[in-house]
Design a protein around this ligand. Sequence first.
Ligand SMILES: [Zn+2]
Length: 126
Amino acid sequence: MSFLPCFLCGRRLEKRTSKTGKPYFVCDPGGIQIFVRRQDGIERLEEFMCAVEKNAIPFEQHAHRLFEIQAILSEIRGIKGEIEKLESEIGIFFPDQDKTRASNSLKTRLETLHGELKELAEKSTR
Ligand SMILES: [Zn+2]
């Protein structure tokens, strides 16, 4: 099941789906409703849920580390974009060495970031 922590009280908010098929969250005690209406938000939410699930980050942990996880995901998103851009510029027949090197170091950074997500999960099981 998909949860987000309430940013005010830390309560576990279950993902609900509106009539129009958009995700939203409700914190009853705080009277807070969070609607995710645009494509970018929906994609980020899905990305976040996937990362939490794939790395089996327990709820208690992702409540504490929400922003840490978000920061890692943002960086992953940015780096993926940069790699795509570089690779489209590198060329197939006469590869640009500098761009290839830059792309490779971005890929290393990407692995490090995925490692950091895993680490968050491991920390929480100790
Ligand atoms: Zn709340």
